[in-house]
Design a protein. Structure first.
Length: 267
């Protein structure tokens, strides 16, 4: 594991025009999920793709830079995070995410924070002070054993759900993102995932598909699928078919019809 301290010139990255920004307190991620598409940033940092999960850059001056940029931009919407998990293990020591949240809580920015870590509960008091905040827990399965295979160093799904309930209890808008829907594995549980999210009183449930099946990411994922046999492998292959996403969307619409929970599609 390699930790590199870096100074950044900017921390709010304008994205998609308008007043939408992404914020990454770190680059790289020790959670090391096998399907992670952020692996491709390795190239910008002269890293080999298979080193993903073994290095993290800590943006050590992020809070100072953020203070400046919050003044500069005034208001907008921020998404944390795209190329790391803001609550991966290094956050416990460096607390870059926490310091950034302290600044944002005093600002006119709204926030969407997505994580696979239960450690976000440490900051529930700060999050509760935001005027406009949503927290999403990214989950691919309710099965802790399967999760360990695909997401070896993230919090277990059962712990993420528990953390989500703690945030809900503080009055924070909290939901589940089924992200990515792993062909075969997540597909078997889709109805159960929606039912559980609704039963537990989460505010929303969102969905996204697995990206880059025909690439380095797909190769890593395929190695795991191969251990589960042909049925799993065939389903992974089918996820590349042109009609796959619309079929999946139809299934999800059927599953979600008439439910109280807000349902969002990201594909
Ligand atoms: S937690 Fe997110 S950023 Fe980190 S390895 Fe997993 S998918 Fe990638």
């Amino acid at each position: 594991m390699e930790i590199i301290l870096r100074k950044s010139n900017s921390i709010l990255n304008p994205s998609g025009g308008g007043s939408f920004f992404t914020l990454n307190p770190y680059r790289g991620c020790f959670h090391s999920c096998r399907y992670c598409y952020s692996v491709y940033i390795s190239r910008w940092h002269k890293r080999k793709l298979d080193e993903w999960g073994k290095w993290v850059e800590v943006k050590s001056n992020a809070p100072e830079v953020l203070k400046r940029e919050v003044k500069k931009y005034g208001k907008g919407h921020i998404f944390i995070s795209t190329v790391c998990d803001a609550y991966q293990p290094v956050e416990e020591h460096y607390q870059i995410t926490r310091k950034c949240l302290e600044i944002l809580a005093e600002s006119d920015f709204s926030l969407f924070l997505l994580t696979k870590s239960q450690k976000v509960v440490r900051d529930k008091d700060i999050l509760a002070n935001f005027k406009n905040v949503k927290v999403g827990f990214s989950i691919t399965t309710l099965n802790d054993e399967i999760a360990r295979i695909f997401e070896p160093f993230a919090s277990l799904p059962s712990h993420r759900i528990q953390a989500g309930l703690e945030l809900k209890a503080k009055g924070i808008e909290t939901g589940i993102l089924i992200n990515p829907i792993l062909p075969y594995f997540t597909e078997m549980e889709l109805e159960k995932l929606v039912e559980e999210a609704e039963r537990l009183g989460f505010d929303f449930i969102g969905f996204d598909t697995l990206h880059y099946i025909d690439s380095f990411v797909g190769g890593r994922v395929r190695e795991i699928y191969a251990k589960f046999g042909n049925e799993a492998l065939n389903r992974l292959e089918y996820a590349k078919a042109p009609g796959y996403e619309s079929e999946l969307r139809d299934t999800l619409k059927q599953i979600s019809a008439g439910r109280k929970i807000r349902v969002e599609f990201n594909f």
